[in-house]
Design a protein around this ligand. Structure first.
Ligand SMILES: C[S@@+](CC[C@H](N)C(=O)[O-])C[C@H]1O[C@@H](n2cnc3c(N)ncnc32)[C@H](O)[C@@H]1O
Length: 453
């Protein structure tokens, strides 16, 4: 094993050459990699070594000797302590270039794609990457309302978040007042005591607000007091809910949700389509960029109107419904039963009568669906971060599906799966990164693969 010559507490100067999705700059000293929180490629920084591992070290910036031309002062006063953002210290242009690089690097190193540099297009970003989220998930404890700190379950109380809508300020203030005025007791995660543990806010493009108070125990006698307290404080409130999550740990929502006041759902629009959203529905958090993402899917799909399209991991059916007007049939598969109910309702609401949705694991259901609905001409895959089960890739190959559009939120598993498709005769035609989670290290990518042998 290599001996690491670094020592904790040592100070040294290095140049940041690269950046990780977790928000760490990467430099090299004595042939060893040093990860530096908030380093920007092009910076020369003085760091204090905070951890030494056999193959790498971790450093904290103590002085920026020469700032990168891409370095900026973060707009957010909580940046550095809050765990939400990773890229506020660099220009948005640099962030978009890095996101493309994450995809190129993963496809070439993990996916073995020799011409990845030529295949990956520029990242499609926002004109103004600010206040883009339609959903906020605030934590609550005795210190206030906020988010987890970096690499910690400690809470950083905030008054505003630049990724959220301006209306989050009223929600944070109201949440704090609920606790300070003794209406609900604040939750203590370590001791699993107290009532109010979180607030989930959803804001539609039209400005309708849905609030869900997440409580560890629920006292129905408090319902009217909470309604009277919150309704006048939240402009645009259309839906007030309580979700009961009695389980210890940091999972946000529990299984039981009740509507306390207003409607149980709000409506969101995506281009020409309308979607009804309940407190537990999955809906992409950046409505504007989701439209950009889906337009890229539509472009890659290049449908003629005659195709059978499988939308695997379909969530509430949004991609399939978006494509349906240009397909003969859409078959959606999703594991969460509530999402499948939403998908069916969403299709009906938008007058889409050529889409069917099945509930179950895609890897278990897809063969059965092919038997009943016919083989796909195009498969759209939009899996969770862990990527696609090998069995699904085998089945797609077995049925010689001509084209696959893969939407990924994780370049590493995308690259692994592109390699598996490649081994079965699928060629990567192109990849388009889309910035849906601005100011974070996350990137969505739309990839088109075609069967070539
Ligand atoms: C990244 S989301 C995509 C949702 C949807 N396509 C959209 O754009 O809103 C992944 C979805 O896959 C679902 N899922 C996870 N594992 C699954 C599996 N084995 N089979 C089917 N669906 C699954 C999740 O519940 C989630 O809705």
């Amino acid at each position: 094993m290599q001996t690491n010559p670094l020592a904790v507490g040592e100070h040294l100067t290095l140049t940041i050459m690269d950046f990780t999705q977790k928000g760490q700059g990467i430099g090299r000293v004595h042939g060893l990699t040093i990860f530096v929180d908030d380093g920007v490629p092009g910076d020369t920084v003085r760091v204090a070594i905070t951890a030494v591992k056999p193959r790498y070290g971790v450093g904290r910036i103590i002085a920026i000797e020469t700032p990168s031309p891409d370095r900026i002062t973060p707009d957010c006063p909580y940046f550095g302590e809050c765990g939400g953002c990773q890229t506020q210290q660099m220009t948005y242009g640099a962030e978009l270039r890095l996101k493309r690089k994450f995809v190129v690097d993963a496809l070439s190193r993990i996916g073995g794609v020799a011409d990845a540099e030529d295949r990956v297009a520029e990242t499609l970003g926002m004109e103004n990457p600010c206040r883009y989220r339609n959903k906020a998930q605030f934590k609550v404890d005795a210190s206030g309302v906020g988010f987890y700190k970096r690499q910690s379950h400690g809470l950083i109380p905030i008054a505003d978040c630049l990724n959220q809508q301006v209306s989050c300020r009223a929600v944070i203030a109201a949440g704090e007042a609920l606790v300070s005025e003794g209406i609900l007791t604040p939750y203590n995660e370590a001791r699993h005591r107290g009532e109010l543990r979180g607030i989930v806010q959803r804001t539609s493009t039209q400005g309708d607000e849905m609030l869900t108070l997440v409580v560890s125990t629920w006292d129905e006698a408090k319902a009217q007091g909470i309604i009277d307290f919150l309704v006048p404080r939240i402009p645009g409130l259309k839906s007030l809910n309580v979700n009961i999550n009695a389980r210890p740990g940091n999972t946000i929502l529990g299984k039981e949700t009740r509507c306390l006041w207003g409607e149980p759902r709000i409506e969101e629009t995506l281009g020409h389509l309308a979607f009804s959203i309940s407190p537990r529905s999955f809906f992409q958090v950046n409505t504007q960029q989701t439209l950009v993402l889906y337009q890229e899917v539509l472009k890659a799909a290049a449908l003629s109107g005659h195709e059978v399209v499988y939308d695997l991991f379909c969530g509430t059916g949004t991609i399939g419904i978006f494509l349906a007007a240009q397909a003969r049939l859409v078959v959606g598969i999703e594991v969460i039963a509530d999402a499948v109910v939403d998908a069916r309702e969403n299709a009906a609401r938008n007058g889409v009568d050529n889409a069917v949705f099945y509930c179950g694991k895609a890897e278990a259901l897809v063969a059965q669906c092919i038997a009943s609905e016919g083989p796909p001409d195009l498969v759209v895959l939009d899996p969770p971060r862990k990527g696609v089960d090998a069995h699904i890739i085998e089945l797609i190959h077995h049925h010689r599906v001509p084209r696959v559009v893969y939407v990924s939120c994780n370049p590493a598993t995308l690259a692994r799966d592109v390699k598996a498709f490649g081994a079965l005769g699928y060629a990567l035609k192109g990849a388009r990164p889309v910035d849906v989670f601005c100011r974070t290290g996350h990137v969505e990518t739309v990839v088109l693969m075609s069967k070539v042998r």
